[in-house]
Design a protein around this ligand. Structure first.
Ligand code: SF4
Length: 187
């Protein structure tokens, strides 16, 4: 099954939501959970095989890139890089969880800015078309962290798609990797 060509609009729409109101980007949690819900229900990588908006964006990006795209280096097909990327994003998720708890319990201030790759921080909050806030600092913090995580993986994927093949990211994607492991175990 191939991803629908226009699914990439959902990914673009998601990042636009961040400019409407950062709290709306908590919908990204759905995107993280849905592949596994479908996996548990169907015992197949249903999400990766036809529903992933991000893969659709990479395919679209690859189609507008000049040239064919270079052959993907072997390291992307081996287990080591997959393991590193899985560990990195696992660590990132752990940081999101722990820092959200720390904000909720008043131990640290809410980080209301975008941070890419857990290191590169953008100064200040995103501009907001609807600058409404529920007044719950940990929720705002969580929204920024989820948005940062989604933006990081999408930008890395777009970079890889530009240099090599459109869906190079899929070879090392933590969601795809975990889904693969789980579906193999069930078989
Ligand atoms: S491997 Fe990752 S990016 Fe690729 S289709 Fe699956 S979830 Fe989407």
């Amino acid at each position: 099954m191939r991803n629908h060509k226009l699914l990439f609009l959902i990914t673009l729409g998601y990042f636009m939501l961040g400019l409407v109101n950062i709290h709306l980007t908590l919908a990204g949690l759905l995107c993280m959970g849905l592949p596994f819900v479908l996996l548990f229900r169907t015992r197949r990588k249903t999400w990766c095989q036809g529903l992933c908006p991000r893969a659709s964006l990479f395919s679209f990006w690859g189609s507008v890139r000049p040239g064919e795209g270079r052959r993907v280096p072997g390291i992307f097909r081996g287990p080591d890089l997959r393991f590193v990327v899985l560990g990195y994003f696992g660590l990132n998720l752990l940081f999101v969880l722990l820092s959200t708890v720390a904000v909720g319990t008043g131990r640290i201030a809410s980080m209301e800015y975008i941070r890419l790759l857990m290191v590169f921080a953008f100064p200040g909050p995103l501009p907001s078309l609807l600058p409404w806030s529920p007044g719950i600092p940990w929720l705002t913090h969580l929204a920024y962290r989820v948005y940062s995580l989604m933006l990081t993986s999408t930008l890395v994927g777009l970079g890889l798609a530009w240099i090599w093949r459109s869906r190079t990211w899929c070879l090392i994607c933590p969601v795809g990797n975990l889904s693969q492991r789980l579906s193999k175990q069930w078989k």
